[in-house]
Structure formats: structure tokens, C-alpha cells
Design a protein around this ligand. Structure first.
Ligand code: 48F
Length: 256
């Protein structure tokens, strides 16, 4: 029994990893925008590997606001909640509140059930840059990153890479810092996030959802970090719309 438990886990894990060394889309970050993108992509049969630095995917959604575990979504986005069978309460005509644990676990469930493969405890530490195109990601165990040990990484090949790393916009910043590249932003660089302005931020996040360099796409808070825009706090309509929009953009690009 002892041996079968271990060999089953090792065999299944390495089968999953081997099958995902080359994917259609590699997603860095399992926050709400990365997971919603994973759901809509996987639903269309796109092969996805989602790398999440933490033990639990979910990013900033679990904690609600100041650990009050409720989040808010605009009512106009309720069709996405309905599609995922997420329970919400209508609030003051135009809004809905949702238990954040229910919302987060539902996104994890639906993205994985649609076929996206999650690799948690795994940090994306760099991108692969071939012929001026982002062509994959460089991954390592998060504990290795924390220990600052010099252990070389593994490489995942991808037709498209999504930076869904939230406020850090880690992939776009790393690409810019390490290479002489010009991003698809007003300045050609990562512009950075501005202070809280909920309504404007929610709108610009969707507008800023795009391919920012050949092969590199942004969703969620990373959009405003890269293209410039405000933060918005515990309201998540923009995150869901951004994840859905980037899935549509990537599917179109993959089919071109
Ligand atoms: O921060 P996060 O939730 O990003 P998001 O999907 O949503 C933003 C909101 O939660 C919130 C907000 C309200 O609307 O403003 O902040 O844009 O999730 C980002 C995830 O990426 C992981 C991180 O642990 C988190 O779960 N992450 C960050 N850097 C890396 C990473 C990395 N280099 N490799 C792998 N995962």
C-alpha cells in the first residue's frame, strides 16, 4: 500500500507535467482573471497550463476586503456568475455581493473542470524569448525562489503566454527589464499603477486587456500595471470581463 500511494502520485504528476511541457497557452497567476481566462480557453479545447506561485490559487479573491470575506461584482457581469452557477445576492440595484470563498472555489472548480491544468507552488521566473516573440515560460518551485537557492529551472513552450500576476505584472516587467523591447503601451514601457479610483479602474482594465508584446498577453490587475490605470479594490467585475476578453483575443490569434 505504501508503495502504491507514492507511485500513483509520482506517475500521475509526471504524466501531467510531461503532457504540459508544450501547451497552447501558459498562464502565470491563478487569481480571478487568470482562472476565468483559463476557464474560457479550456472550454474551447485550448491546452492550458496555469502556474500559481502559492499553494492555493485564488489570488486576491479569498480575502474579500480587509479579510471581510465578501466581494462585490457589478450586476451587468452577473451573466458570468450565472454561467458558473455562482450564488450571489443583489445589492442596491446595480451590484451583487458574493461570499469570497464560494466565488474563489467556484473559479478553481470550473477552470479545472473545463480542462485547464493547475501547477501550484510553481513560480514563473522568466519568459522564453525567441525571434522577438514570447514563446514560453521558465518555471521553478516557489520554495526554491524563497530560499534563493541557485537551482536551474524548467522551460514550458507555449504559443501564447498570459501575464495574470496581478499588481506585480511580473512577466511584462521582467521582459522589459531583461531585454531591449518596446511594449504595446502609450510609452513603450510598463507605465505603472495609480491610486484607487474604482469606476475608472474597472473600465480601463477591460480596455487595457490586450497583447502587449508578440506572444505576451495581460489580464486583470496586470493590465493597469502595464498600460497605466488605477486600482479598484474588492470589486471584481473588471477582473472577470478582462479574463473573458483575453481568452477571446487569444483564441482568435491562435486560429489566425
Ligand atoms: O492578484 P491577483 O488576484 O490578480 P488578478 O487576477 O486580480 C486582482 C484582484 O485580486 C485584486 C483587485 C480587485 O479587483 O485589484 O488585486 O489580476 O492574482 C495574481 C496571482 O498571481 C500569482 C499570485 O500568487 C496570485 O495568486 N503570481 C504572482 N506572480 C507570479 C504568480 C509568478 N511569477 N508566478 C506564478 N504566479
Amino acid at each position: 500500500m505504501e508503495q502504491i500511494v507514492s507511485s500513483g502520485i509520482v506517475d500521475s504528476y509526471f504524466k501531467k507535467l510531461k503532457e504540459h511541457l508544450s501547451v497552447d497557452v501558459a498562464i502565470a497567476g491563478g487569481g480571478p482573471s487568470g482562472m476565468i481566462a483559463a476557464y474560457y480557453l479550456a472550454k474551447e479545447g485550448v491546452k492550458i497550463a496555469l502556474f500559481e506561485r502559492n499553494l492555493s490559487p485564488g489570488g486576491g479573491m479569498w480575502g474579500g476586503a480587509m479579510m471581510f470575506n465578501e466581494i462585490m461584482v457589478q450586476k451587468e457581469v452577473a451573466h458570468i456568475l450565472d454561467e458558473l452557477n455562482i450564488t450571489y445576492q443583489e445589492y442596491e440595484n446595480d451590484y451583487c455581493t458574493i461570499d469570497s470563498v464560494h466565488a474563489t472555489s467556484s473559479l478553481i472548480y470550473h477552470a479545472s473542470k473545463a480542462g485547464a491544468k493547475f501547477f501550484n507552488c510553481t513560480s514563473v521566473e522568466d519568459v522564453v524569448l525567441l525571434d522577438n516573440k514570447v514563446s514560453g515560460v521558465v518555471i521553478n518551485w516557489t520554495p526554491i525562489e524563497h530560499a534563493r537557492w541557485h537551482v536551474d529551472p524548467l522551460i514550458i513552450k507555449a504559443k501564447a503566454v498570459l501575464d495574470a500576476t496581478g499588481h506585480d505584472c511580473y512577466l511584462a516587467k521582467t521582459l522589459e527589464e531583461k531585454n531591449d523591447v518596446k511594449l504595446n503601451t502609450q510609452t513603450g514601457n510598463t507605465i505603472g499603477e495609480s491610486s484607487m479610483a474604482v469606476d475608472i479602474a474597472e473600465r480601463t482594465i477591460v480596455k487595457n486587456t490586450k497583447e502587449v508584446y508578440p506572444g505576451l498577453y495581460v489580464s486583470g490587475m496586470a493590465c493597469n500595471g502595464v498600460c497605466g490605470g488605477h486600482r479598484m479594490g474588492p470589486i471584481f467585475g473588471g477582473m472577470l470581463l478582462s479574463g473573458k476578453k483575453i481568452a477571446e483575443i487569444i483564441i482568435k490569434k491562435l486560429n489566425d
